[in-house]
Design a protein. Structure first.
Length: 134
């Protein structure tokens, strides 16, 4: 009996890891294939085509916003609540379809959004953004 125990004690029990690795790779492939990737929606910007041959001599609506939140309409200071009235008067006298918003580099986003909301009241206007000189 002692011989058998010595022989049995000398043999080590090996576990074959190959089937477990196969299962892990199959699960990995399953999760990769079944994962749905969500495309995050962002702000869609449509860039106009450059047409340098057509000169546009129509007067434009230029709304500039300073870094302190002061709004100017075509160079004249205006209150944000009065901006739609100024735009309406301008559109009654002039044919234009573009409103250019020129925020300063340090302008708060809240002020820019407030101006955009006021300009968006006019469906016939296309909003364009520019870079302020100051």
């Amino acid at each position: 009996m002692s011989r058998r125990r010595k022989v049995e004690e000398g043999q080590e029990a090996d576990v074959d890891m190959t089937p477990m690795l196969d299962i892990v790779f199959i699960l990995l492939i399953f999760f990769i294939v079944t994962t749905s990737f969500v495309k995050e929606m962002g702000l869609e910007v449509t860039k106009p085509k450059s047409n340098k041959s057509q000169a546009n001599n129509d007067p434009s609506i230029v709304v500039s916003i300073s870094d302190t939140g002061i709004v100017s309409f075509n160079g004249k200071r205006v209150d944000i609540e009065r901006l739609p009235a100024r735009i309406e008067n301008f559109l009654a006298e002039n044919m234009t379809s573009t409103a250019i918003i020129l925020p300063s580099s340090d302008t708060k986003h809240v002020d820019v959004v407030a101006v955009i909301d006021q300009v968006k009241l006019f469906d016939e206007l296309t909003i364009a953004f520019g870079k302020s000189k100051s």
